[in-house]
Ligand binder design. Structure first.
Ligand code: SAM
Ligand code: F3S
Length: 476
């Protein structure tokens, strides 16, 4: 790794464009911290202000590859203006298309995968020394530095110690996926499931708690497949980890995402009875309500098993808010299959879910299936599903009016200087009159009105709230 005591070769800032999932957001955050520590690069809002431009890509859906080349075409202009800029491409497209990027985009200096982002400083240094050599020796042909290998644990070990950005933090506990659903590229771009050792995860959470974090969101492509080695050699699953996290002083709310239905073990379900800190909110993708489609997708479970899991959790937490992911127009999906998806959605009453049109991913088994569903049919089905999901989400928000919610206050409100903003267990933003001193506290808030993307609330007159109100001269 570069020596921070050396003068930085960069005078401008760092611009990272992130596509895709929470894992990518998390990775971008870690890259930013690493590059700030190594080169003193500070994040800037516009690419033209940057000396280093990074594209953190996602290839789960759409013509991700083309998007990357389009963006690089635009960035070429910035580089022509200031040739000592460094352009790097990371993430899943880099992992899949590394050599292609090197061939098609000579403007790119560094290509790294999701598992090699910790090696960025070394790769950047190598790119800079190649650039210096090319300037001296006209015959020397500079090429992009490329490392898209899967060195597993090395990434976790080499990233900067966590620093909290607020009262809620993501903690990556595992990487990759070994489920190989027929439509999905993740196992090929991020590698097989790999869990961080239990003690490392706990040390990170303890540090975050000392820095004032009150809520952790345990993160993984298949987070409930977590199997971390404990110091005594035993294996901790996600349930064991959740129990340990609840014991950390200061951590009073626990979330986890994203999960696979087949990893909802009894001990994880029991956590909903045993761990009050675990939120009554679960994101559990099902993709389709039709067993025929689930089998073609190689999800390895049937709709009835998924429903049974939800039923068990709802027995323990009747107010559970459930969200999911759905894929519409998988090859061979019939009108009846789609109706089964709609029926399942109606039955389970989903909250704020994600739905996508099936997108063939190069190298996946489903990509070679004949895709016999017309695009206009896929679009019509997606619209029908999204209308239903939106209706359900709006009804859940509306039903929260008049209820009292436990809210973690996260920040000042964006809209008013006298309001603060927090989140409910089901992840809705609530704005309400309150003192900035409430930031980092859990408070009871009565929901006054539900809007499309947030809720308006009123602090409930608990003795704590009254104490703050007296100091700040507002009424509760
Ligand atoms: N671990 C999760 C699970 O159990 O399903 C999935 C994580 S995956 C990266 C995120 C979501 O992207 C999936 O749930 C799926 O809905 C969507 N997705 C993945 N591949 C897709 C494809 N080829 N076309 C459309 N959507 C896709
Ligand atoms: Fe993808 Fe299926 Fe894993 S959707 S991330 S292969 S569980």
């Amino acid at each position: 790794m570069s020596d921070t005591s050396n003068a930085s070769p960069f005078t401008g800032g760092l611009f990272i464009k992130t596509y895709g999932c929470q894992m990518n957001e998390y990775d971008s955050d870690r890259m930013a911290k690493l590059l700030e520590k190594t080169y003193g690069l500070e994040a800037v809002e516009m690419p033209e202000q940057a000396d280093m431009l990074i594209l953190n890509t996602c290839s789960v859906r759409e013509k991700a590859q083309e998007k990357v080349f389009d963006e690089l075409g635009r960035w070429k202009k910035w580089k022509a203006e200031k040739p000592n800029r460094v352009i790097a491409v990371g993430g899943c497209v880099a992992s899949q298309e590394g050599e292609e990027i090197r061939k098609r985009s000579p403007v790119v200096d560094v290509i790294f995968g999701p598992q090699t982002l910790h090696r960025l400083p070394a790769m950047i240094d190598e790119a800079l020394s190649m650039r210096a050599e090319a300037a001296q020796d006209k015959k020397f042909k500079k090429r992009a530095v490329i490392d898209i290998s899967f060195p597993e644990i090395e990434k976790f070990d080499n990233l900067a110690a966590p620093e909290s950005n607020g009262v809620s933090a993501f903690v990556s506990v595992m990487e990759g996926c070994s489920k190989y659903c027929t439509f999905c590229v993740v196992p090929y771009t991020r590698g097989e499931e790999f869990s961080r050792p239990f003690a490392d995860v706990m040390a990170e959470i303890e540090t975050l708690a000392e820095q004032g974090v009150r809520e952790v969101n345990l993160l993984g492509q298949n987070v409930n497949a977590y199997r971390g080695v404990m110091p005594d050699g035993e294996i901790a699953d996600l349930a064991v980890l959740i129990h340990a996290v609840r014991a950390v002083e200061g951590i009073d709310r626990i979330r986890y995402t994203t999960s696979h239905p087949n990893e909802m073990t009894q001990s994880l379900i029991d956590c909903y009875a045993e761990v009050p800190e675990l939120v009554s909110h679960l994101h559990l993708p099902i993709q389709s309500g039709a067993d025929r489609v689930l089998a073609m997708m190689k999800r390895n479970h049937m709709a009835i098993e998924y429903k049974a899991t939800i039923r068990k959790i709802k027995k323990l937490r009747p107010n559970l808010s459930l969200s999911g992911d759905f894929i519409i127009g998988f090859p061979g999906e019939t009108c009846d299959d789609f109706k089964e998806t709609l029926a399942l959605v109606k039955e389970l009453n989903y909250d704020r879910s994600f739905s996508f049109i099936y997108s063939p991913r190069p190298g996946t088994p489903a990509a070679s299936l004949p895709d016999d569903v017309e695009m206009h049919t896929k679009k019509r089905r997606l619209q029908a599903l999204q209308d239903l999901l939106n209706e359900q989400t709006a009804a859940i928000s509306k039903s929260m009016e008049g209820s009292v919610q436990r809210v973690l206050v996260e920040s000042l409100s964006r809209n008013s200087t006298t309001e603060v903003s927090g989140r409910t267990e089901n992840n809705r933003v609530v704005n309400f009159e309150g003192s900035p001193e409430l930031i980092g506290q859990f408070v009871d808030v009565e929901i006054i009105e539900a809007y499309a993307n947030s809720l308006k609330g009123k602090l409930v007159a608990t003795p704590e709230a009254k104490k703050f109100a007296q100091r700040q001269y507002y009424a509760v």
